[in-house]
Design a protein around this ligand. Structure first.
Ligand code: ADE
Length: 224
C-alpha cells in the first residue's frame, strides 16, 4: 500500500515512520510512504504556498496552485483510491475507517496549516476529510501520521502473532482486558491468581469479564 503525504513541514513526518512497526512494514515492502514538500510545487519566486484571505479576515490561506501541481503530478503517475484532507471539521477517525482504508492501494494525504486551505482544493480534489478528534492542532502532519499508523498496522504481514491487531481495543466492541508481566509479586501487588493457573478456559473467561467491566465503566457507548 502506498501513501503520498503532501506537507509544508516534511521534517515533522520523518520520525513517525522511521521506527518500529511502521519502519518494518516499509522494509518488508508492505507499505511505501512518500512525503512531498509542498514548497517544491510552488511556482512563486519565494516558494510561498499561502496568501491573504479573500473578503478579509486574519490568517493566511494555503493556495490551490502548489497542491494542485503536486497532486496532478502524482495522479499522472498512478491512480489513487482516496485523496484525504486532515482537518478538525472532517469525520472523526474510528477503527472502522482504518479497516476500510487498509484495503486500498494508493492514498494521497493533504496536510493543512494556517487558517486552512483554499476551498477549491477540497471541492475539486479531496474525496474524504478526516479529523483525529475534537481539538485543533497546528497542522495536519501529526494527524496524518496517526492515520497512516492505524492503517499500516492492519496490513497483512505487518504485525506478528504477538502483536495481532485482532485483539486490539476497538476492533471488537470491547476494550482490552488488563495485562501483566513478571514479577508475579511486586512489593506485595500480586498478579491475579487466575493468570498463573494455567487454565486457559478460565483465563479467557476472566479476560472477557474484565474487558466487559472496563468497557461498561469507561466507554458504555461502545456496548450495543
Ligand atoms: N488539523 C488540525 N487539527 C486537526 C485534527 N484534530 N484532526 C485532523 N487534522 C487536523
Amino acid at each position: 500500500m502506498r501513501f503520498d503525504i503532501i506537507s509544508v513541514l516534511p521534517a515533522l513526518l520523518e520520525s513517525p515512520f522511521a521506527h518500529s512497526i511502521l519502519q518494518r512494514a516499509q522494509k518488508k515492502g508492505l507499505s511505501e510512504i512518500h512525503v512531498h514538500n509542498l514548497r517544491d510545487y510552488s511556482t512563486h519566486k519565494q516558494k510561498s504556498v499561502d496568501d491573504y484571505q479573500y473578503g478579509g479576515g486574519s490568517g493566511m490561506v494555503m493556495s490551490i496552485e502548489p497542491f494542485a501541481n503536486c497532486m496532478d503530478y502524482l495522479m499522472s503517475e498512478r491512480d489513487y483510491d482516496e485523496i484525504i484532507f486532515m482537518t478538525p471539521d472532517g469525520e472523526t477517525l474510528k477503527q472502522t475507517i482504518a479497516n476500510e482504508l487498509s484495503s486500498k492501494k494508493n492514498i494521497i494525504i493533504l496536510c493543512g496549516h494556517y487558517k486552512g486551505i483554499d476551498q477549491r482544493i477540497r471541492d475539486l480534489y479531496v474525496t474524504r476529510e478526516i479529523s483525529i478528534g475534537d481539538y485543533v492542532l497546528s497542522g495536519g502532519e501529526l494527524p496524518a501520521a496517526v492515520l497512516v499508523d492505524t492503517v499500516v498496522r492492519l496490513l497483512p504481514g505487518v504485525l506478528n502473532d504477538e502483536t495481532s491487531a485482532l485483539s486490539d481495543s476497538f476492533q471488537g466492541e470491547l476494550l482490552d482486558a488488563p495485562v501483566y508481566t513478571r514479577p508475579a509479586d511486586w512489593k506485595g501487588h500480586r498478579v491475579p491468581d487466575i493468570l498463573l493457573s494455567g487454565n486457559e478456559a478460565a483465563i479467557n473467561n476472566w479476560r472477557h469479564d474484565q474487558a466487559l467491566e472496563r468497557t461498561q465503566k469507561r466507554r458504555p457507548d461502545l456496548l450495543k
